[in-house]
Design a protein around this ligand. Structure first.
Ligand SMILES: [Mn+2]
Length: 323
């Protein structure tokens, strides 16, 4: 089983380079920090390195200052094992995977259904709520004690990926794990506030401008936003803002699927697509048509070409599934 092979890998190697996907969020950060704490408990060394910087509002995570951003000096980092967390494929790490020029062993720990099992050892569990929940299981499997800082990181990861324990990926095990973590007297309302109720004023103004851009298709079962380059000129739309738009749209009665079409600020004819579903439509399959992937109820992909044409194609694929 994958979990045992991953534990064997953790025991075998001594110097880990730990990374996760670009567009970092609570699960990626929570997994990285709790995994780092785990290898330290075993007396091993590690570095956490990502292509992207820390997203707004996540500075409260214990150990966050330890996380480095990919830079020129990164190529000098020495490691004997690359640990890839919360990534459906290696390229989701951005350019971090390229640091593995010597082909050191790769451990792949992930919960995306689209993960094909890259790496020398992989543990892919699409039934896990989050990668953080999987790291929690590694602690239990290896009989390692969890302390408060890890509990905060694991809780944040699980909370983020389950939409605060309301999405269908929330299981009885998720709640058992959370019950265990809450024994550390972690400040749940404060974590919630940092992650969800922390919109900066300029982002709020942008959100107010973008909300009226909502469109509907398929007799109100699909809601989508077309975010044109001109609207986003003042800076890229943050994960947080994207989430606000998506969760607003998915709360509308009758809506089954929500899509965000976001024109790239740097590359012309490039559109980032984020999909959310209540479960009737498998959006992982829809994202896969366009070279992406994710989960059944949350997925993403990047498409190239004319934005209106892309929108037409994606909406047609969703309608096909909703029939
Ligand atoms: Mn995740």
């Amino acid at each position: 089983m994958g979990l045992k092979r991953i534990c064997a890998g953790i025991k075998k190697y001594n110097n880990f380079l730990i990374t996760a996907h670009t567009n970092l969020e609570g699960d990626a950060l929570g997994s990285e920090l709790s995994f780092y704490a785990l290898i330290r408990k075993l007396g091993k060394q590690g570095i956490i390195l990502n292509e992207d910087g820390i997203p707004y509002g996540h500075d409260f995570l214990p150990g966050i200052k330890r996380i480095r951003k990919l830079g020129r000096s990164s190529s000098r980092i020495k490691f004997d094992c690359l640990v890839v967390l919360d990534c459906a494929d290696l390229k989701r790490t951005g350019d971090v995977w390229r640091l593995n020029k010597e082909g050191k062993p790769v451990l792949n720990i992930d919960h995306h259904i689209s993960n094909q099992g890259f790496g020398d050892a992989h543990w892919v569990d699409p039934h896990a709520s989050s990668c953080s929940e999987m790291i929690y299981r590694i602690y239990k499997q290896m009989h390692l004690p969890i302390s408060k800082p890890e509990a905060v990181c694991l809780y944040t990861g699980m909370m983020t990926d389950t939409g605060s324990f309301r999405y269908s990926n929330t299981t009885s095990f998720t709640h058992q794990a959370v019950a265990d973590l809450l024994k550390f007297d972690i400040n749940v309302p404060l974590i919630y506030r940092y992650v969800y109720e922390n919109l900066a004023l300029d982002e709020t103004k942008l959100l107010i401008k973008l909300l009226p851009k909502i469109s509907f298709s398929g007799e109100g079962r699909i809601a989508y936003f077309k975010l044109k380059r001109e609207m986003l000129k003042n800076g890229a739309i943050s994960m947080d803002l994207g989430d606000q738009l998506l969760s607003f749209a998915r709360s509308i009665k009758g809506v089954e699927v929500v899509v965000l079409f976001k024109e790239s600020l740097c590359a012309k004819n490039q559109v980032r697509i984020n999909l959310r579903s209540h479960g009737k439509a498998d959006v992982n399959k829809i994202a896969a048509i366009f070279g992406g992937g994710g989960h059944k109820t949350a997925a993403g992909c990047t498409a190239y070409g004319d934005t209106n044409r892309i929108i037409k194609n994606v909406l047609a694929s969703i309608q096909q599934v909703l029939k």
